[in-house]
Structure formats: structure tokens, C-alpha cells
Design a protein around this ligand. Structure first.
Ligand code: PMP
Length: 282
């Protein structure tokens, strides 16, 4: 596999960074994950806009967003992924310098690493739904930045895996924020709910896709917190991400959602996303 590191395209196992990289020492960096269908990058502009925002919020000196687009496209070609489905991962850190908390001198360039890999959706999870667990949201209060600092997400996700679940969903102040790597939706009385955008959640690109589809198909929705006190009354739950797409949730901890099967609103939205991607590829 050919990866990209600081201006070079090279075999991924040859892509090595300094032990003094600030990404390694401080998790001082950010990332993006983009999906491609038949070699075409889906919602590229939205991903680039979110990347730009993360870079600005972390004050990393990197201006050339156009370059990232070019790297992502070239990686698909270099790895023969022009007709398959794939994901592109991009990570930017504040470069390498002796370990000091303050920013390094201005002439230290950021580290830019990226790779593309073939991707197949998890059909069984998409069709049958998954179990999730609930965990207190112990993360920092700038979850809107796509930082590589993901330790609470990793610990929660690992616990989910060990309990036979597929995702851990965070609760803060009596409401759902989001999953360890997904946005979370619930349906009450045929109306779709998801947490409003704030510093407590990542502004998911798939989240926006789902809300746009609700708008287009006249499915009622509200960006309003999913309250812990009402959760068991939800008819449906689902999680979304670039990787997860729209995955139904049929079990939360030890209780079943609805009748334990993916519900009609989730199914309609899954169908609409499929159509959207077919249109995108036309
Ligand atoms: N929340 C978190 C914490 C995530 O890591 C992700 C995946 N990047 C999402 C939500 C979903 O975002 P997207 O739809 O842009 O993949």
C-alpha cells in the first residue's frame, strides 16, 4: 500500500515519523476520514471544511487544504482504488520538536500523513442492527474538534467490544451526546431527534446528510437532546458515520429498542442514502 508522508508517496511500512512528533507526545494533531465510492470522494467539500476548522481551532500552521484534496485523489489512484469503495485517512500534527508544551518555532512544518484503504460496509450490522452500551461522557469540552486525542473514546469502545456491543454511546448531563466514533439518533412518535451541534459533539458529515434527507422526505426531525429520562420510550435508535453509514441500534445495555428489530424510519433513511449515493455516482 502506498501512503503519503510529508511530500512523499511511499510504501506504508516505510512511512515513519520522529519519536519527537507532537502527535506522538501530546496527541497534538487532528484527522479526517473520507469515504470514496467507485473512486469518487463523497462529501469532499464538507470534509475539507471541517478539516480547515479543526486546523484553525488548534492553530496548526497549515494553509494548503487544496493539497489535501490532491493527496486523497492521488492515493486512490496509486492504490488502484479508482473503481472500488475505499476510505482515505488524513492526519496532521504540529510537527516534531523537542518535547515542550509551548508551540514549536514557526519554521517547524506540520506532519502530514495519509493513506487509502479498500472498504466494505458491514452488511450484517446494517441489516440486523447492533447492540450499544451507555457510558458517562468523560471527554473534554471541545469534542467539535476532530482531534487525535481519543483516549476516552478508545476506553469506552473497548468496553463495548468486551460486552459484545458494537458502539459505546456517551451521556452528559442526562442526555446522549454521541458515540465513541458515531453520531446518535432516536425516533420518538415518528420524529427523529439528535443532539444539537455544540462543543460536546463532532459535527458529523453523515449527521448532516441524514438531516438533509429528513428535510427532503418530510420526515419530522428536531436537533434536540435525546434525554436519558425518555430513552426507553424511543421507537428506534440508529448511529451514523462515514464508516458506519446508518446502522440501526436494536439493543441498549440490557434492554431492547422497540421490538428489537430495525424500525421503518431507519429503513427509509438507509434507502434514501443509497439513492443519494447512486445519484452522486451518476
Ligand atoms: N462523532 C465522533 C466522535 C466521531 O469520531 C465520528 C466519526 N468521525 C462521528 C461522530 C461521525 O462523523 P462523520 O459522519 O463525519 O463520519
Amino acid at each position: 500500500m502506498i501512503a503519503y508522508l510529508n511530500g512523499n508517496y511511499l510504501p506504508r511500512d516505510k512511512a515513519v515519523i520522529s519519536a519527537e512528533d507532537r502527535g506522538f507526545n501530546f496527541a497534538d494533531g487532528l484527522y479526517e476520514v473520507i469515504r470514496s465510492y467507485s473512486g469518487r470522494l463523497f462529501k469532499l467539500d464538507a470534509h475539507m471544511k471541517r478539516l480547515r476548522r479543526s486546523i484553525d481551532e488548534l492553530r496548526i500552521p497549515f494553509d494548503d487544504i487544496g493539497k489535501v484534496k490532491e493527496i486523497a485523489e492521488r492515493l486512490l489512484k496509486e492504490n488502484d482504488l479508482s473503481s472500488d469503495d475505499a476510505t482515505v485517512y488524513i492526519q496532521i500534527t504540529r510537527g516534531h520538536a523537542p518535547r515542550k508544551h509551548g508551540f514549536p518555532p514557526k519554521d517547524v512544518p506540520p506532519t502530514i500523513f495519509a493513506y487509502a484503504s479498500a472498504f466494505k460496509p458491514h452488511e450484517q450490522e446494517l441489516n440486523e442492527g447492533i447492540k450499544i452500551i451507555l457510558k458517562p461522557d468523560i471527554r473534554w469540552t471541545r469534542c467539535d474538534i476532530k482531534s487525535v486525542s481519543l483516549l476516552p473514546n478508545i476506553l469506552a469502545f473497548q468496553e463495548a467490544k468486551e460486552k459484545g456491543a458494537v458502539e459505546a454511546v456517551f451521556m452528559r448531563d442526562g442526555a446522549v451526546t454521541e458515540g465513541s466514533h458515531t453520531s446518535v439518533f432516536a425516533v420518538f412518535d415518528n420524529k427523529v431527534f439528535t443532539a444539537p451541534k455544540s462543543h460536546y459533539i463532532l459535527p458529523g458529515i453523515t449527521r448532516d446528510v441524514v438531516l438533509d434527507l429528513c428535510r427532503k422526505r418530510n420526515i419530522p426531525f428536531e436537533e434536540f437532546p435525546i434525554l436519558e429520562s425518555r430513552m426507553k420510550k424511543a421507537e428506534e435508535f440508529f448511529i451514523t458515520s462515514t464508516i458506519t453509514e446508518i446502522t440501526p441500534v436494536v439493543q441498549i445495555d440490557e434492554w431492547m429498542v422497540g421490538n428489537g428489530k430495525p424500525g421503518p424510519v431507519t429503513r427509509e433513511l438507509q434507502g434514501s442514502v443509497k439513492e443519494l449515493i447512486e445519484d452522486f455516482l451518476r
